[in-house]
Design a protein around this ligand. Structure first.
Ligand code: SF4
Length: 368
């Protein structure tokens, strides 16, 4: 902890919250999961939950479009619980971090079976749901149930680091920033306050060139007074990501009845990277192994290489190809028509591989 960091006096925190709420009333972002600020209306916990889960690794513009689509398919938590996991994973395709979709589905089922489809209204009740951590629980409790909970995402961390001029670098400063943020949370309208802090970080107290002259809480901001806002929060430089190499297997065949060209996809193990998603068989970059039935085929190299970045590593995936005259029965495998591959709910990495093969390489039929 930075010992020079001091709390803001109680009366000043009340003023700060009032200033922020007035600003939020006038400048709140119009987002599809929200209700208008100050209207006294409660946000739907299902919408808040879904938006917070989607926003964990995905930008607001992407989430806006996908959120609406998701809600059209499953307007209530009971609808989501009734869907199959495969349907949910297919709809989640391209958003990444697929454990989020698996947990959403598991939590929807837990809500439907053990809670009568009704969300718990406390952090303790919410964190008991699959995949709901302290951040998401606090966001739902504050925004949907107006509980006095402190919601600290990356935007709020930045605002608080600057308000208190915290010079300890992230990630060490996280606990301290959470404690300091909690000292500011008001008893009145904590849900609107939480969203106001997030909006302030997203639109005014931005990582680069914060718009301090437009900031409603500038009077209380130590970093502004010290002219160090843009240098905060400090961060420890991350080590460069390693590069892993893998191989993906493009196996073509022809559908028995129609003769249509088909490609083998396999369902990945539920746990781990791209867990539960349909994908081309691949090895070398994770713990996966090639199904025994296809490992002995005569694979030939192609020039196709797909590059993709995961949280902890970069991946270079080379694609090899083969053709068999009849589809082989592979455990967990599905033969999908080539024309349907891009709509099969593949994760982004595998969509890139399919696009690469479709646009650069002739089909192998007839060569088998
Ligand atoms: Fe951020 Fe500037 Fe506002 Fe301080 S005054 S909270 S640095 S925008």
């Amino acid at each position: 902890m930075d010992l020079r960091v001091s709390k803001i006096p109680k009366t000043a925190t009340v003023e700060l919250a009032d200033d922020l709420l007035r600003w939020y009333d006038a400048h709140a972002r119009d987002l599809p999961w929200r209700v208008a600020p100050g209207a006294g209306e409660r946000a739907d916990p299902y919408r808040v939950w879904l938006s917070e889960v989607m926003l964990q690794q995905t930008t607001v513009p992407t989430v806006k479009a996908r959120f609406e689509r998701f809600l059209k398919l499953w307007p209530r938590v009971a609808d989501l619980a009734a869907a199959s996991l495969d349907e949910v994973l297919k709809e989640w395709a391209g958003l990444g971090y697929y454990a989020r979709a698996r947990n959403l589905h598991a939590a929807a089922r837990a809500l439907a079976t053990s809670h009568g489809g009704v969300f718990p209204d406390t952090v303790d009740g919410l964190v008991a749901l699959p995949g709901v951590g302290p951040y998401t629980a606090a966001a739902i409790a504050a925004i949907a149930f107006n509980r006095r909970e402190t919601v600290v995402d990356g935007n709020v961390e930045r605002v608080v680091a600057r308000l208190f001029a915290v010079t300890t670098p992230l990630p060490q400063a996280k606990g301290e920033l959470r404690r300091l943020a909690a000292t500011l949370t008001p008893t009145q309208r904590p849900g609107d306050y939480a969203q106001g802090m997030m909006d302030l970080g997203a639109t005014v107290c931005t990582p680069r060139a914060p718009k301090c002259l437009l900031c409603p809480i500038r009077r209380a901001c130590k970093a502004y007074a010290m002219n160090i806002a843009e240098t905060l929060p400090r961060k420890i430089e991350k080590a460069a990501k390693p590069v892993r190499a893998g191989v993906a297997y493009w196996l073509e065949s022809a559908e028995a009845k129609t003769g249509a060209a088909v490609v083998l996809l396999v369902r990945r193990p539920a746990q781990g990277l791209l867990g539960g998603m349909l994908a081309l068989p691949s090895v070398g970059w994770d713990d996966g192994a090639l199904p025994a039935k296809i490992s002995q085929l005569k694979w030939r190299a192609t020039d196709a290489v797909v590059r993709h970045t995961f949280t902890h590593f970069h991946l270079e995936l080379k694609i090899v190809a083969a053709h068999v005259t009849k589809p082989i029965d592979v455990a967990g495998g599905q033969w999908i028509a080539i024309s349907d591959l891009l709509d099969a709910g593949l994760p982004t990495l595998m969509k890139k591989a399919v696009r690469e093969m479709l646009s650069n390489f002739p089909l192998l039929a007839g060569e088998g």
